[in-house]
Each structure stands twice: as structure tokens, then as C-alpha cells.
Design a protein around this ligand. Structure first.
Ligand SMILES: NC(=O)c1ccc[n+]([C@@H]2O[C@H](COP(=O)([O-])OP(=O)(O)OC[C@H]3O[C@@H](n4cnc5c(N)ncnc54)[C@H](O)[C@@H]3O)[C@@H](O)[C@H]2O)c1
Length: 270
């Protein structure tokens, strides 16, 4: 029996086969879950999500996660298709127009900035508040959103996404309290290593900081597949009492000061 046998879910953010959400969907299917897949209408046109849908025997429901009307309709349709409330939700959404257009943190366009915050953080609140009002998540359900360590430490090339991730983690904590009290629903963020995906590779200097993180982590960078395994564990009943946490899934990077590999690179280590 898979650890998600009998569980229903909604997975946001599978764009192509590199997406972390894509790997989570495959793993969730393998563990026995049924779910709907969703992404922004524009991403559905550009990506290859229908291939994933076929593999997972899932329906794709378009929804711009910044539109409350879209998110409401997504929950209504998902509950209809799945035959009831959901048990898990993956929020795997991130986009910064400033980063995309090469605007550094010291020269932000503020219209873009609001979009970054709305898409990459506010959307989690919209998903949670919609679910809460519709009572769309079963008791002991689990919501996971993906984040990055730039919420805690400065990574200059991550731009305004750092602010969005700090907000995202705060929303998970704050909503996790309210949803926990009412329905025992758990809300956590997973802080993932740099991963080669469309969103990841869009960051300037990504290759260098991918290599730096890999060398600075005792276990090396965590892959998207490893991340999928962790998310599925968090959706399962095996992690029932974990909520309101930001969980580092990064091979030990967040707890390492400097590694001998990096010191060797600097040529000063005996
Ligand atoms: N790749 C990395 O290095 C890395 C590291 C840590 C955390 N993360 C986080 O993981 C998550 C998934 O990113 P990924 O690396 O798989 O890249 P990805 O580009 O495959 O996924 C990002 C997704 O966000 C979706 N999206 C953008 N705007 C949207 C909107 N308005 N409504 C609905 N969906 C929208 C995109 O269509 C895409 O599917 C993001 O939150 C990202 O910040 C990524």
C-alpha cells in the first residue's frame, strides 16, 4: 500500500518535466493518491502538463493563483472531480518580473514588485483562505509550499524573490495556526536546494550558486526527486504533528558554516 492511498489532492506548478511539482505529481501517483493538476492559463499553453496528466490519470484545471475567482473555481471543480474534500495541496509557484527583466534589488520596478509578492507569496494566502472558507480540506490535511533560504540570508541575485519567500514562510506559519485550530490542517514550507528548473535557471548566476551550494552541503544539493519524496512524506499521515515549520531540505547547507571542499577551492586549506 502506498503512503498516500485514499488521499486526494491539488498540485500547483507543474510546467515541464523539470518542475519540482512534476516530480511530486509522479511520486504522489506512485504512492496511491488521486489529484487534480493546475497552472496559470499561459503556462498551460507553453508547457507540457497534458503529458503529465495522462501519466497520472489526472485532470488539468487552469487557474491563475493570484485570482481568487480562479482559485474558488479550482476548488469547486477539484472537489467535484475527486468526489469530496482534498487531503493535500502542493503550492509550487514562483515568479518575479523584476528578476525576469534583470532588475536588481537596488533598482526595483514597484509594479513588478507587487506582482512578485502576489504571485509568489499572496497566492498561498489566497489558496488557504479559499480552502478555509469552503471547508475544502479534510481534517489532518497537509499543505506544502516550496521556498528558498534567501528568506533568511542574503543572496544578492535572488532579488525581490527573497522578500516574497520571507512572506510566504510567514503566511504558512500564520495560516497554519488558524487552520490547525479549526481542522488540524497542517501548513509547512520546504526550503529546497537550488534545482535546475525553468524558475531556478531564470536567476542570474544560477550555475555558480548551484555549484556553491553543492560544495557547501555535506550531502550535496537535494534533487527535485528527493524534494518530491519529502513533500509526499509531509502529505502522508506519518508526519501528522508537523505544522507551521520551515523545513530545510538542502543536504545540510543551511547548518554549514564553510565546507572543506569550499576551502580547498580557495586554495588555503591544508
Ligand atoms: N529551482 C530552484 O532552484 C528552487 C529552489 C528552492 C525553491 N524553489 C521553488 O520551487 C517552486 C517551483 O519552482 P520550480 O523550480 O519547479 O520551477 P517551475 O518554473 O517549473 O515552476 C514555477 C511554477 O509557477 C507557475 N506560476 C507562475 N505564475 C503563476 C500564477 N500566476 N498562477 C499559477 N501558477 C503560476 C509557473 O507556471 C510554473 O509552473 C517555486 O516556488 C520556486 O521558488 C525552486
Amino acid at each position: 500500500m502506498g503512503i498516500l492511498q485514499g488521499k486526494k489532492g491539488i498540485i500547483f506548478g507543474a510546467l515541464d518535466a523539470n518542475s519540482i511539482a512534476w516530480k511530486v505529481a509522479l511520486k504522489a501517483k506512485q504512492e496511491g493518491a488521486v489529484f487534480t493538476l493546475t497552472n496559470a492559463p499561459v503556462a498551460l499553453r507553453m508547457g507540457t502538463i497534458q503529458e503529465l496528466a495522462a501519466q497520472c490519470e489526472a485532470i488539468v484545471i487552469p487557474a491563475d493563483a493570484t485570482s481568487v475567482a480562479d482559485v474558488e473555481s479550482l476548488f469547486d471543480q477539484s472537489m467535484e472531480v475527486l468526489g469530496g474534500k482534498v487531503d493535500f495541496i502542493l503550492h509550487s509557484i514562483g515568479m518575479s518580473p523584476n528578476v525576469r527583466k534583470g532588475k536588481p534589488y537596488t533598482d526595483l520596478n514597484y509594479d513588478f514588485y507587487l506582482k512578485t509578492l502576489d504571485i509568489s507569496a499572496g497566492s498561498l494566502h489566497k489558496v488557504l483562505q479559499t480552502a478555509y472558507k469552503k471547508d475544502a480540506i479534510n481534517d489532518w490535511g497537509s499543505v506544502v509550499a516550496l521556498t528558498y533560504i534567501a528568506a533568511q540570508r542574503a543572496f544578492p541575485f535572488y532579488g525581490d524573490m527573497a522578500d516574497a519567500k520571507a512572506t510566504l514562510e510567514s503566511i504558512a506559519r500564520s495560516f497554519g495556526y488558524h487552520y490547525g485550530v479549526r481542522n488540524k490542517v497542517r501548513v509547512n514550507t520546504v526550503s529546497q536546494s537550488p534545482t535546475v528548473t525553468t524558475a531556478g535557471s531564470g536567476i542570474k548566476g544560477f550555475d555558480d550558486f548551484f555549484a556553491y551550494a553543492d560544495m557547501g552541503s555535506p550531502l550535496g544539493n537535494a534533487s527535485a526527486e528527493d524534494c518530491a519524496n519529502f513533500c509526499v512524506a509531509l502529505f502522508s499521515d506519518l508526519t501528522k504533528m508537523v505544522t507551521m515549520q520551515n523545513l530545510f531540505h538542502d543536504g545540510g547547507f543551511s547548518a554549514t558554516g564553510i565546507s572543506t571542499v569550499l576551502m580547498d577551492k580557495m586554495g588555503k586549506h591544508e
